[in-house]
Design a protein around this ligand. Sequence first.
Ligand SMILES: CCCCCCCCCCCCC/C=C/[C@@H](O)[C@H](COP(=O)(O)O)NC(C)=O
Ligand SMILES: Nc1ncnc2c1ncn2[C@@H]1O[C@H](COP(=O)(O)OP(=O)(O)O)[C@@H](O)[C@H]1O
Ligand SMILES: [Ca+2]
Length: 546
Amino acid sequence: MENQDKIICSELFQKQRKVEVVLYPAVLAWKEIEKSSKRSSGTSESEHSQTVKVCEIVAVHKTEDEADAQARSHPKKINQPSQQYPYAFTVSYVRRTRQHLWCCADVTFHCADQQICEQWIQVANEQLSLLTNRPKNLLVYINPYGGKRRGERIYEQKVAPVFRRAGIFTDVIVTERANHARDHLKTEANLDDYDGVVCVGGDGMFSEILHGLVTRIQTDHGVDQNQPDAELVPCSLRIGIIPAGSTDCICFATQGTNDPVTSALHIVVGDSQPMDVCSVHHNGVFLKYSVSLLGYGFYGDVLTDSERNRWLGPARYDLSGFKTFLSHNYYGGTVSFLPADDNVGHPRDKLQCRSGCRICQHKHSSKDEHDEASEEKEKAAEDSDRGWSVIHGKFIAINSASMSCACPRSPKGLSPFAHLADGTTDLILVRKCSRLDFFRHLLRHTNNDDQFDHWFVEVHRVRKFRFQPGHPDLAPLEDASEHPESPDLSPISSLQETYDDRTAESSWNCDGEILHHTAIQVSVQCQLIRLFARGIEEQQDAEVAV
Ligand SMILES: CCCCCCCCCCCCC/C=C/[C@@H](O)[C@H](COP(=O)(O)O)NC(C)=O
Ligand SMILES: Nc1ncnc2c1ncn2[C@@H]1O[C@H](COP(=O)(O)OP(=O)(O)O)[C@@H](O)[C@H]1O
Ligand SMILES: [Ca+2]
């Protein structure tokens, strides 16, 4: 740091103390100059030096407070130190508080000379303007009915002030109905006006934004989403997530916390986290995209039941989880999958996806280098059934986790070592077992034990998979939606013993939305979108040494 050129250096005043403030090309540092005689002898000067990375400065503003204004109008009356320094500027910056939690802190520097003060503001802002990854214009969608219905308040009270401080322009749309945001993005929004889209809501609301944005980009580029093997065009706009839903697993798994201010700050500093997107097709017709959980059986039934109790807010999942657990349904079906290459690791390898993850980066560079010949070869292998594994059975749950799916309910998630951007999804098969066994499996989502270490659980890292419902001993069933006369399979009816495990079908929970088909083909689209996030940081960043 000593060798780096100082851009500007001044002696200023901060809270009654004289400080030397230095702006280096990447770091702002300040430390007390005059040693107080009262200070205990062991304390060295450097312990009082503080640093902030320029890339984590939110804004540098002229400070207008009453004391300063007074000092300027009555220069003779002043005797307090800060009033001898009537000009001031405030630096707002990211401060890490508890793990993964960020807040916006302010430090104000006073000085006697107006010119110096203005020079500081100008030079600091010039440095900030060099950070070209920061968004200037954002399109914000708020779901007023997500989670505890606090979306609008959360945005106005916690997020908007941070955006204002950072000088970001926003267009805000409070949705008036389900799919309002999706449809607006699909057809109306003028995407050229924005650097990003912000989603205030839960995983369901994120799903709307994802569909609106991805579909719009494909339409604009003439890509047919109905082709399961179409090469989709990645989105240039990043998506920011302000958590205001019930589970908020996409926010939690990409940031390590569900906190609106932390999310706002990741947006302001212009973070970028690529993310895989699964495309889901039924008989060659596009159904949905998914970024977190595709769950059949247990999580499908929980979601179906919970929709009836939406008035309960986030607690509806506890009630439905309990009911679904008691009904203990299992479903016949055939799962086929195309395993991932070995170089992306294994769901039980204990390598967590963290900020700057090597596995996700490696995947990205190898994708760029992919030559056409090997791609052709791959396509041919995928089209035939070569390389595919097939598993028939009765399952309590079939889960595909494209990311860890960590959330406050399960801080390590459904697949703790899944990666955000490696082009794969972890396929977890939970076979028919006793209630007690399934309970033990569920419980391990909340403690340190390995939830895959059970005789009835297997997990595979895959690039594609297919599911066909139906009892393995019977001829494969057609899709449930084509059989409206099929018996009512709700958990309650199964408790009443009308449940027939040979014809029973569940539904797919696709990022918190129910799919209307059960026979599906899923394919992972590597790094199709980017979020204003950086993945979960390994530990608190140590202070930068100056
Ligand atoms: C004995 C107690 C055991 C508790 C085990 C809990 C395991 C929890 C794992 C949760 C994984 C959630 C994956 C995320 C799903 C969301 O997309 C979806 C929708 O979230 P949203 O309401 O839109 O925020 N939420 C649910 C519960 O299906
Ligand atoms: N204005 C609205 N009125 C009703 N539903 C809406 C509105 N805006 C969005 N939705 C829908 O609400 C559902 C749940 O939203 P979400 O924000 O994920 O909350 P939660 O996490 O509580 O489920 C989503 O499916 C979304 O499409
Ligand atoms: Ca993945």
